[in-house]
Design a protein around this ligand. Sequence first.
Ligand code: UD1
Ligand code: UDP
Length: 357
Amino acid sequence: MKVLNVIGTRPQYIKLFPVCRELAGNGYENVIVDTGQHYDETLSQVFLEELDIPSVDYDLDVRSGSHGEQTGRMLAEIEDIVEEEDPDAVIVYGDTNSTLAAAIATAKLPPRLTHVESGTRSYNRSMPEELNRVMTDHVSDVLYAPTERAVENLAHEGLTDGVVLTGDVMYDAILWAREYVATSEDRGVLDDLPIEPGEFVLATVHRPRNTDDGQRLQAILSVLDEHPLPVVFPAHPRVRNRIAELDLDAELGADFHLIDPVGYLDFVRLLDGAERVATDSGGAQKEAFMLETPCVTLREETEWDETVECGWNRLVGADPDLIREALGENGNRPPRPDPFGDGRAAERIVGALDDGS
Ligand code: UD1
Ligand code: UDP
């Protein structure tokens, strides 16, 4: 059986690699299309190398642009490739413009369209990702849901055919990475920074809502900078550019470490070692939870409510008082539930391909 995967951004390399391992172990012919939505070495190449992803068959090199332009360019090219390769199934991942482009291109062609991380919802339609998720789910043949909540969300939209509860591939990924970093002598980025385990805050910001609005960005950075512990801030280019434009780095103290984006293994080292995580990333919220590091989410809502309801994640938006209070909160947390499955999501995804779903 032949499978074609479409990816293109940092989180998609991470979601892809457990699935690739499983496809390879089961004798599938595996084609990889990289849209090139992310093209900086630190957002793309680094993951291909460290996660041992098989070589990319098609690199579309689409790069940045407006939503319509970027999605449209990808769509036209993916359509040609799907027609040419004629796979049995196409797998799309998550909620980016690369996901949507591949979904629209495939939906009108013969291969089965299968969506990994289906059914997650923030219920905030001003987020491009929410529109990408909803549209992708509604044209997909197979909906691989990471959680029970995702299955319920799909049912509310009338989507019950083709739904497979798999668990979350990011849990598969992080179980492997946690083991890898725990057994490696290499301390990676931890040796490059003046920080001690359990005594720093890891922060990331990249959502348009927090970067395009300069006041929100300034409020977030200055409250993080006040924190008594050092702050490590691996900066996505969107926020790095904005910080430079607004000259906000001039205001940051010596304990605020504004660094380039790091690879996945280094990010896991930082997540695992942090006293707390502050982020607007979808993936980092989940990963903090999976590694039992409390998280403060710099958004008003999340598609990962399971992490909030059990007390391990707090939604604070960009309100300085709420951020400060949540960063300082030290109450006892209940034992962490396991909404993301058992680390065998990729096995279920490939098993369902075998079954013809
Ligand atoms: C995209 C996804 C978002 C995901 C994020 C993961 C969409 C709509 N958004 O957001 O869901 O959370 O990836 O990181 O698909 N840039 C570079 N180098 C790069 C890539 C981007 O400098 O390699 C800069 C460009 O100025 C670009 C901006 O970052 O305009 C935004 O890039 P884009 O891919 O449009 O969106 P992300 O913010 O990365
Ligand atoms: N990540 C990384 N290096 C970084 C920041 C994030 O490897 O410097 C990883 C992180 O482990 C997670 C993914 O990138 O798996 C999240 O990507 P991002 O926050 O860009 O996107 P989102 O999850 O919000 O779509």
